[in-house]
Design a protein around this ligand. Sequence first.
Ligand SMILES: [Zn+2]
Ligand SMILES: [Zn+2]
Ligand SMILES: [Zn+2]
Length: 384
Amino acid sequence: MKAAVFYGAKDFRIENIEDPKIEPEDILIKVKAAGICGSDLHSYKEGIFSRRGFVMGHEIAGEVVEVGTKVKGIKVGDRVSPMTYGMFDISGACGKCFWCTRGQPQWCSSVGHKACGECGPCKSGEWWLCESNQRHMLMGYSRNGGYAEFAYVPYAKLGFNVFKIPDNLSYAEASFLDPVTGAYKWVNQGEPKSWETGVVTGLGTIGLAVMQVLKLYVSKVIVSDVSEKRLKLAKELGADVVINAAKEDPLKKVMELTGTGRSFSGKGGGCADIVMECSGVPFVLQQAVEMVRTGGRIVLVGLFEHDVSLNMNHIIHKQISLISSFSPGKQPGNVDIREALELMAEGKVKVKPMISHEFPLDQTMEGFEIQTKADESVKVIIKP
Ligand SMILES: [Zn+2]
Ligand SMILES: [Zn+2]
Ligand SMILES: [Zn+2]
């Protein structure tokens, strides 16, 4: 099959690679749409996160073309979106180790699968290539993903790691299931209340999805970005106040809108209840610490390409909770996915307006290049 193979920063090569073969527990999908994720962009720009030689793409939707004999409830022709982390299963946890006794069985070494430790790849330190491990690696990072004609879903289980696409959503729209699920989970980690004001910094797909979900819970949502295009879209999608950080000081504006907080430093600061940090820009996180009220929450959604220096005393004095978007959600992952899909199907989170470009597989590099240009693109979809 044809695939865009990742070789490092700004280096995708369209190659013919072997078709994925499925086991009795798997399904094979003809990929119809694969969205470029912000995390994919880090790989594209810096060569980090994804592993060389693999096909990236984890935000995918497609048509089922082959179903393993042990799979239930999924048939050839079904329109589906696979989701890796809905499958997370801690039933194998030992109950006795360091992590299990601390109530964090997700890190127990008996959970999930292990590399064999004896094969060639294992001995050379490339454990993710180990045959007993490869099927369990994360799709689009250390296992082939969606920038290809076909993708397989190991251990396909309907409602856990495979979701049927509602009729009113196109494949391209359904490929947003991953970012919208993230947005739903992260907003809930911030424990929003109906009387609160939230700020979303950074309006990529994630920021725009986070903004729409947050708006369902709080009374006012303020957003900031430097892209006029994205700010305009945020406004159309329901943001109450948009701040162009290139033209005005977001901190000053947030203070105007939310009031000046208790001052521990002589400088005050804002009174936002929650800041959803979606930009991954060090300076913006520093501002978030000043924007948020005493006792407020900052959910760290964006990943950073560079180190951040923070005024730790402000964080301590203001009793700010910094919440990692990687920490477990309030409910099982597959429940988040189902609820996110419902929000999309009901139009409560609108994803279609975010699609700015579509490219065929051959032009994956062009797609990534335009995705790096925040003022020209929002979401780029690759259509193999
Ligand atoms: Zn993603
Ligand atoms: Zn354990
Ligand atoms: Zn091995």
